[in-house]
Design a protein around this ligand. Structure first.
Ligand SMILES: [Zn+2]
Length: 456
């Protein structure tokens, strides 16, 4: 089989049929004998299509390739095409604030409010939030400010882990850190309709396109729900550590709600984290999440600030979340693609493959991102990706995974009953009844507890 596919690949390349090269080479990329040939042909094919980024990426992945030297020449083409990479200078505070030295032991003095802008001095510069009218730093409990610093700086500043100031009284409402993607929208659909929806808008130029999110926000508002939008550039903090723009920690995605918790009278903050990141470790190995150090420590940390940490879809997979969204009035308005134009997905990113594909929307498996991720082992978000491959009938793209794809993966859409116990009351009852209406619910007999993919 391998030899025959190799011959077909050679012919496709010689005939200039690059889309066939994409398809055939992928089936050989993990072949014990023919993988080197498939890699070289794929790189050459990218080269003649002038897809310089792809050439550089592939050569970086396979430094042993015979055509690896093409990377340098592709890089020169890229430099001519793109201006030098953008760097993000540390933001300066507004006029009048004066000079503030970073001091890890006096965190309260690192926060400043100037009109409705909240400023935070971190070790590498400043970041800001545009807070809603009426909010004030002075009427925010110190524990909330300390918890905010913790989720923003924990990986680098150990002082932020000090005990929080005691005495914040728990409020009465629940806030959801709503990203407008499938997972957090599924969380919204399971929680009661009083939940405060708060969207963090990245206030800095980047690849991320907010138009799909804004489309959904408008739709939800037209259905009578309020949506709070808070703009901030705090995702730049980790770029000081060689990382892409993004959240410093898992819960930094809800830092706007932590800061607003007194103003909104919050008793808890919810995050749309699915089974893939709770009961599965890295989306591929089962663990007892209720006993995990992560859950125990972070739940206690939020409690210190008078807040429940609520994971309303911890018992639901990404596939279950898709089903919940599809059964709702928002089915055609939710789109997790962050490169879409407000009308649909880009069709070329990993989210378009594993989230939009199973919703019947277009995707292109020959795109660089999708084909790269499909050829990586361990497979990214493995259990869900296997389900998506099977659901989309793409088993022949990953011949080495046939044994895993033979099994019935329908269970992946069901909910995992033990997860319901992690959701505190008064919110659990609503989540549980809506879950049971929408999905099959399985207990410890679920195949989930046996998941152990790509074990080392
Ligand atoms: Zn996309």
């Amino acid at each position: 089989m391998g030899l025959w596919r190799k011959e077909l690949l050679r012919r496709a390349y010689n005939n200039g049929d690059d889309s066939r090269v994409d398809r055939l080479s992928r089936t050989l990329l993990n072949h014990p004998k023919h993988a080197p040939f498939a890699r070289d042909v794929l790189i050459r094919s990218m080269w003649r299509r002038r897809r310089w980024e792809d050439v550089v990426d592939l050569c970086r992945r396979w430094p042993e390739s015979d055509v690896h030297a093409l990377a340098g020449r592709a890089g020169q083409h890229l430099e001519r095409r793109h201006p030098p990479k953008k760097t993000y200078p540390s933001e300066r505070p507004p006029e009048g604030l004066g000079h503030v030295d970073w001091n890890a032991t006096d965190l309260h003095r690192m926060w400043h409010q100037v009109e409705q802008k909240l400023w935070f001095r971190h070790p590498w510069g400043w970041c800001h939030w545009d807070m809603p009218a009426g909010w004030s730093l002075d009427s925010t409990h110190p524990a909330l400010i300390e918890l905010a610093a913790d989720v923003l700086l924990r990986p680098w500043v150990k002082e932020v882990m000090a005990p929080l100031t005691t005495g914040r009284e728990k409020g009465s409402r629940l806030g959801l850190a709503w990203s407008c993607g499938v997972d957090s929208t599924a969380a919204m659909l399971l929680l009661n309709d009083e939940t405060v929806l708060a969207y963090h808008e990245r206030d800095v130029q980047s690849m991320l396109d907010h138009r799909n999110a804004k489309h959904l926000i408008k739709k939800v508002q037209s259905l009578g729900r309020d949506v709070l939008v808070v703009r901030s550039d705090h995702e730049l903090i980790r770029t000081n550590h060689g990382k892409m723009i993004g959240f410093s920690t898992d819960y930094a995605s809800g830092v706007h709600l932590i800061l607003l918790a007194d103003w909104l009278d919050l008793a808890g903050i919810a995050f749309g984290v699915p089974i893939d990141n709770t009961w599965l470790h890295k989306g591929r190995t089962f663990r007892d999440f209720s006993q995990s150090a992560h859950w125990i420590a972070w739940q206690a940390r939020f409690h210190e600030a008078g807040l429940d940490l609520v994971l309303p879809i911890n018992h639901i997979s990404e596939a279950g979340a898709l089903r919940i969204v599809q059964a709702s009035a928002l089915a055609s308005d939710v789109n997790s693609c962050m490169r879409g134009d407000g009308l649909g997905g880009c069709g070329r990113c990993w989210k378009c493959f594993h989230k939009n594909g199973p919703m019947g929307r277009p995707y292109d498996v020959s795109s660089h991102e999708i084909s790269t991720f499909l050829s990586q082992r361990p497979l990214r978000t493995a259990q869900h990706a296997l389900w998506a491959l099977k659901h989309l009938g793409l088993e022949d793209l990953v011949p080495d995974l046939q044994p895993l794809l033979k099994e019935d993966l329908g269970w992946w859409e069901s909910a995992f009953e033990p997860g319901l116990e992690l959701i505190p009351n008064p919110w659990r009852a609503e989540v549980e009844s809506r879950t049971r209406e929408l999905l099959e619910v399985k207990g410890v007999e679920s195949p989930l507890v046996k998941v152990n993919l790509f074990a080392d």
